[in-house]
Design a protein around this ligand. Structure first.
Ligand code: NDP
Ligand code: 8X3
Length: 258
């Protein structure tokens, strides 16, 4: 296992769920953290907690805004400029409606965040990795990048796009000392369903009813696994689901003590 001590890790969407759990797991490994999200108060609170373990720098960032992305990355203080690991995690789903009845604003949000935001951040951070001849990009995809389900047309399309971008980028940087991985979860209980259902907490809770979902920590541990392989080994893809989920359709809702 390769040490993460003093490596610089840039995490998007670190204010909640999987991104927050990644911050916590990488802090345990003494990596230095750049945490980004729109809700700066939440990442500042997290930073306060993690500062006992490691150095943390927080940035208010909306990944949908390319100018903002460029500005914040280019104006990083000198000691934070050499990013070793980029975790492209910021993302969301909106609704589960039939495509022909769905609202276009939700599509724009998903496409602008999950695809364009990931691209903007990648475009501005990877050149530094190329110049230094080392780096690791770890994308948070989804099983929705491998399957499609009713009412998920646009969300699934964005995660299929992440899958394609991951594969293509891996080829683009193959001779540059840079690794590219994707961690693709099934059901993880985070704020994701709350956001997807526009704050309908009952509906969000029902998503996980009768089963034990994954936690943000489960995903963060998989991300750390990718990041700690020796330099000659790359984890291309990890697909991880609750033990009672077979795919986006088939789950066993009988509670089990696993
Ligand atoms: P959460 O809602 O808990 O977290 C989403 C994070 O993304 C928040 O920190 C949020 O921060 C950030 N974010 C959203 N939009 C933007 C934006 N425009 N700019 C910057 N940050 C943004 O959900 P999860 O932790 O579950 O989601 C994280 C990733 O995991 C997403 O890409 C999601 O698609 C993926 N995923 C989730 C699964 C699940 O079942 N939960 C399964 C498979 C994949 P803020 O609002 O403060 O900006
Ligand atoms: C989130 C998991 O199955 O709702 O990416 O698409 S799913």
């Amino acid at each position: 296992m390769v040490s993460l001590k003093n490596k610089t890790v840039f995490i998007t969407g670190a204010s909640s769920g999987i991104g927050k759990a990644c911050a916590e797991e990488f802090a345990e490994k003494r990596a230095n953290l750049i945490l980004c999200a729109r809700r700066k108060n939440l990442i500042d609170e997290l930073a306060e907690k993690l500062k006992e373990k490691t150095k943390v720098f927080t940035i208010k960032l909306d990944v949908r805004n390319n100018n903002e992305v460029q500005k914040v990355v280019e104006s990083l203080p000198e000691e934070w400029k050499s990013i070793d690991i980029l975790i492209n995690n910021a993302g969301l789903g909106r609704g589960l409606n039939k495509l022909y009845e769905d609202n276009v604003e939700g599509w724009e949000e998903m496409i602008n965040t999950n695809i364009k935001g990931l691209l903007y951040v990648t475009r501005v951070i990877v050149p530094g990795m190329v110049n230094r001849g080392k780096g690791h990009v770890i994308n948070i995809g989804s099983i929705a990048g491998h399957e499609a389900y009713p009412g998920g047309g646009v969300y699934c399309a964005t995660k299929h796009a992440v899958n394609a971008i991951t594969k293509s980028l891996r080829m683009d940087v193959l001779d540059k000392g840079i690794r590219v991985s994707t961690v693709d979860p099934g059901m993880v209980e985070t704020n994701f369903s709350n956001v997807r259902f526009y704050g309908d907490e009952e509906r969000a809770k029902n998503t996980y009813k009768g089963l034990t979902p994954l936690t943000g920590k489960d995903i963060a541990e998989a991300v750390v696994f990718c990041a700690t392989r020796p330099p000659h080994a790359n984890i291309n893809e990890i697909i991880i689901m609750p033990s009672v989920q077979a795919n986006t359709f088939v789950t066993s809702r009988k509670q089990q003590n696993l």
